[in-house]
Design a protein around this ligand. Structure first.
Ligand SMILES: [Zn+2]
Length: 103
């Protein structure tokens, strides 16, 4: 495989993965920089970026956990939307109205 044909972004991603892996193994940032033939600042940036990505994923996962699903239409009830909660089930306000008064 010709390395020159590799997407620069993909190559950067591989180096980021390597940097994170070596960091977890306790390898100093300076050593990682030498191994990957890059600067210490670059490695620190990669590690920082990866950490940030992880936080974002956790935040997404947390949101998904807290998202309620409407028991009538089955769609998610987005945060900030008014809804009715019967204790066991949650409904969009509109769906709840349809159940109570018919459509
Ligand atoms: Zn609904």
């Amino acid at each position: 495989m010709n390395q020159n044909e590799m997407e620069p972004a993909a190559l950067t991603w591989i180096k980021m993965e390597c940097a994170q892996m070596r960091s977890r193994q306790g390898v100093p940032v300076e050593t990682i920089a030498v191994e990957l033939d890059t600067s210490v600042e670059q490695v620190q940036q990669w590690l920082g970026t990866l950490q940030h990505t992880g936080e974002k994923l956790t935040e997404l996962y947390r949101r998904q956990l807290f998202n309620k699903r409407c028991a009538k239409c089955g769609n998610l009830i987005p945060e900030g939307t008014t809804y009715s909660d019967t204790g066991a089930d949650s409904y969009h306000s509109e769906c709840w109205r349809k159940i109570c008064y018919g459509s």
